[in-house]
Design a protein around this ligand. Structure first.
Ligand code: FE2
Length: 445
C-alpha cells in the first residue's frame, strides 16, 4: 500500500488522525530508547557532546507544552517553572547534567500529563485561521522535533559504553548497481518548497536554481572505498585536506572514522555496544565534513553542493518538476528507504531500488546523512517561522548542510527538501557522504 501525500484539501479529521499517528509513533520511539536503560544510565552524561537522556526526554515534553498546550491550546501552563532548564539556548549540552533536572519518573509523568492535554487540544483546535494551525503545522513541527531528539538519543546510545541494549533486524542486502555515477544534466530546477505542509522555515520558499551539469555517485561512499583512502595514507597527506580540516585532523589526532579500531590487518567498529569487523559494502559513517572533503580530494572528486544534491534527489527530467522524494510524491514506505530506526545500521548500496530517483541515483533518503559542501543559509525570500531560534540563528559559515536523513531518522522528519546542519568537525551523528565531479566537455557534448 502506498501512503498518499497530504494535501491542503485534507479535512480536519484527516489531519487529526495523521497528527495522532505521528505523535504516538514519536512517543513510542522515545519510550523505547529511554526504557532500554536503567535510571543511572538515563541521568548520566555519556559524552560531553550529548545531553543526559533524561534531559532530552523532558525537553521534548517541554517543547510540546510550549507550542501545543500553551500557544495553540491557550491552556494553563503545566510546569512553567522548568521552562528555563529545558531551553537548549540557555544551557550548553555539557552543562546539562549539573542542572536540577526532573528525574526519570518525574520526566515520564510530565510527558504523560502534557500529551493528555495535547490530545484534547488536537480534538478541539480548528486547524485553520492561523499559520501555526493551518494544516496542523504546529503539531507536525512538534512531532518532527520529538523524532529529531529520538535520533539524537540514538546517537547518545552509540556513544554509551557498556553492553548492547538495542537490537533490530539487518536491512536488506546490497545489490549491484548499473553504474558508479550518474550524470545530472544542467539547467534550472525548483529547490525548496512553498507547498509541503510540514516543511520548516529553512526549506522555504520554493525557488528556481540554475545548476551546471555534474556527475554524482549512484550510492554513498562505502567503508571499503574509504579504507582505500586510509590505506593510501590519506590521513597523513595534508594536500588532500583543507587548511581547517588539516588543523583539526592534527589537533584531534584523527586516523579513521569514529568508533573504528585497527587490530593487525583487521578494522573493527563498535556499533551500539557490538564490536564487529567493518563491513566493506556499507556506507561509511561517523566521518566529519573535513574527512569527507579529504576523501573526495584524494579520489579526484568533490562533495556535491546542497543544490546539486537536491536536484539529483528531486528533479524529474520527464516533467521538469521537483518531487517530494526521489521515488515520487508518496510518503516513505519500508521498500523506499532505510528510515525510522527499523534497522540499526545503514544498508549497502543498491538495497532500495524502489527508492531511486528518476535519474537513477540510489538511497538519497535514509541510511546515512550526507555532508554537502554548502554552508547553512536562508533561501531567497526566507522568513523565520515560528521563531528565529529554529533556523535563523544558525545561518552562516560555521555550519555545513547535511541531507537525506539516516536509518535513525523518522519518515515524518525527512523529505527531499529537508535540511540538517552541523559543525564540520562533528562525527557522532549518523553521517557519511557521496562524491561528485564536473564533467569534461565531451561527456556533456
Ligand atoms: Fe530540541
Amino acid at each position: 500500500m502506498t501512503m498518499q501525500p497530504p494535501t491542503p484539501e485534507w479535512s480536519p479529521e484527516r489531519w487529526r488522525s495523521r497528527v495522532a499517528e505521528v505523535l504516538a509513533r514519536a512517543r513510542g520511539r522515545s519510550q523505547l530508547l529511554t526504557d532500554a536503560v536503567d535510571d543511572d544510565d538515563l541521568v548520566r552524561q555519556h559524552s560531553p557532546l550529548m545531553s543526559p537522556l533524561v534531559w532530552d526526554l523532558a525537553h521534548v515534553g517541554n517543547q510540546e507544552e510550549l507550542w501545543l498546550v500553551r500557544d495553540v491550546g491557550g491552556r494553563t501552563p503545566v510546569r512553567q517553572d522548568i521552562d528555563q532548564l529545558y531551553d537548549a539556548f540557555q544551557h550548553p549540552r555539557a552543562d546539562r547534567p549539573s542542572l536540577p533536572l526532573l528525574g526519570p519518573a518525574g520526566a515520564r509523568s510530565y510527558l504523560r500529563e502534557v500529551r493528555a492535554k495535547v490530545l484534547d487540544v488536537l480534538e478541539h483546535s480548528p486547524l485553520e485561521g492561523r499559520r501555526l494551525l493551518d494544516q496542523a503545522f504546529a503539531f507536525g513541527m512538534v512531532a518532527q522535533h520529538e523524532q529529531q531528539h529520538d535520533e539524537t538519543m540514538l546517537a547518545t546510545h552509540q556513544l554509551r559504553a557498556g553492553a548492547a541494549v538495542l537490537d533490530a533486524p539487518d536491512p536488506l542486502p546490497p545489490a549491484s548497481l548499473p553504474a558508479a555515477e550518474v550524470l545530472v544534466p544542467g539547467g534550472p530546477f525548483t529547490m525548496g518548497t512553498s507547498t509541503e505542509p510540514w516543511a520548516l522555515d529553512n526549506e522555504r520558499p520554493g525557488h528556481v536554481v540554475q545548476v551546471e551539469p555534474f556527475f554524482i555517485d549512484t550510492a554513498a561512499v562505502t567503508n571499503g572505498a574509504y579504507l582505500a583512502f586510509i590505506d593510501a595514507g590519506g590521513y597523513d597527506e595534508p594536500a588532500w585536506w583543507s587548511a581547517a580540516g588539516w588543523a583539526h585532523r592534527q589537533e584531534a589526532a584523527l586516523t579513521a572514522p569514529r568508533f573504528w579500531q585497527q587490530e593487525g590487518d583487521t578494522w573493527w567498529r563498535v556499533r551500539f555496544g557490538v564490536r564487529e569487523p567493518v563491513p566493506p559494502s556499507e556506507p561509511v559513517m561517523h566521518v566529519s565534513f573535513h574527512e569527507a572533503q579529504a576523501y573526495c580530494a584524494w579520489a579526484g572528486r568533490r562533495l556535491p553542493t546542497e543544490a546539486e544534491w537536491e536536484k539529483a534527489a528531486r528533479w524529474d527530467p520527464a516533467t521538469g518538476r521537483s518531487r517530494r522524494y526521489p521515488w515520487g510524491d508518496a510518503d516513505p514506505e519500508p521498500e523506499h528507504a532505510n528510515l525510522g530506526q527499523r534497522h540499526l545500521r545503514p544498508a549497502g548500496a543498491g538495497a532500495y531500488p524502489r527508492g531511486a530517483s528518476p535519474l537513477g541515483v540510489h538511497q538519497l533518503i535514509g541510511d546515512v546523512w550526507e555532508w554537502t559542501s554548502s554552508d547553512f543559509g536562508g533561501y531567497p525570500g526566507f522568513t523565520a517561522f515560528p521563531y528565529p531560534e529554529y533556523s535563523l540563528v544558525f545561518f552562516g559559515s560555521e555550519y555545513k548542510v547535511l541531507r537525506g536523513g539516516s536509518f535513525g531518522s523518522d519518515p515524518v522528519a525527512v523529505r527531499g527538501t529537508f535540511r540538517n546542519w552541523d559543525y564540520p568537525i562533528r562525527r557522532q551523528i549518523f553521517a557519511g557522504f557521496r562524491s561528485a565531479r564536473d564533467p569534461v566537455p565531451e561527456e556533456v557534448g
